[in-house]
Design a protein around this ligand. Structure first.
Ligand code: ADP
Ligand code: TYD
Length: 200
């Protein structure tokens, strides 16, 4: 089973993901961008480049995803094990959807759909996606706005894209109010997972 955590920078995904390790010691905890491959390194180089081409950046993130899938996620799922990923494809749909929409170099009719379509032939859809819902100002404040993706204005359009994703796939997403205290957020996430994961 594949569970993903999604939300704006600073929404508290990593905090939740770390806490869940104690609840699911047998699970594989992973993340995107990956931090154990040169594909992930290439993504981080692009994140630091304020002048990166947004389409090139989409393909770097997607290359990292393809490698992550074949190297780690697919083999783990084939063994019937649980995977919990801090960010996954919805981050691309929401973030690169927003970057491409703002790009002056590329004019795609519907960037979010374009990114979704690129994934369709090869990617695996999560069974459950927890969306940690927080407003863009709080998110930017918590994240400390250290890179180009973390500015509140940009996060506003990322947040709109996440809303589109939740709307089109209400069965897969569970929305959790991430403006609450960490303990309350974690409790709600635990409930959602316990309800969805067999024998948990
Ligand atoms: N529910 C919460 N309320 C207030 N601060 C939080 C909450 N969850 C996380 N934080 C803090 O916000 C910052 C970003 O959290 P983090 O888990 O790294 O978010 P993300 O992985 O989504 O970027 C950290 O300093 C963390 O301690
Ligand atoms: C996985 C992924 C992340 N991102 C962005 C979100 C983050 O700003 C940045 C790095 O992700 P991450 O290290 O998870 O940041 P955080 O812990 O602050 O959420 O990359 C994308 O734009 N597209 C993607 O596909």
């Amino acid at each position: 089973m594949l569970v993903t955590l999604e939300g704006l920078d600073g929404s508290g995904k990593t905090t939740v993901w770390e806490a869940l390790r104690d609840d699911y010691p047998e699970a594989t905890f992973t993340r995107e961008p990956t931090n154990d491959s040169w594909y992930g390194d290439a993504v981080y180089r692009s994140i630091e480049d304020d002048d990166a081409d947004s389409l090139a950046e989409l393909f770097l993130y997607t290359a990292d995803h393809a490698d992550h899938l074949s190297r780690k996620i697919e083999p783990t799922l084939e063994r019937g094990e649980l995977v919990i990923s801090d960010r996954y494809s919805d981050s691309r749909f929401a973030y690169q959807g927003a970057t491409l929409a703002a790009s002056e170099r590329h004019e795609l009719e519907d960037p979010l759909e374009y990114v979704v379509d690129i994934h369709a032939p090869f990617s695996i859809e999560p069974d459950l996606t927890i969306y940690l819902d927080v407003d863009p100002e709080t998110a930017a404040e918590r994240a400390g706005a250290t890179n180009k993706f973390e500015r509140a204005e940009y996060l506003e359009s990322v947040s709109e894209n996440y809303e589109r994703l939740l709307e089109r796939d209400p069965e897969r997403f569970v929305r959790v109010d991430a403006s609450r205290k960490p303990d309350a957020v974690l409790e709600r996430v635990r409930e959602a997972l316990a309800g969805a994961i067999p024998d948990a």
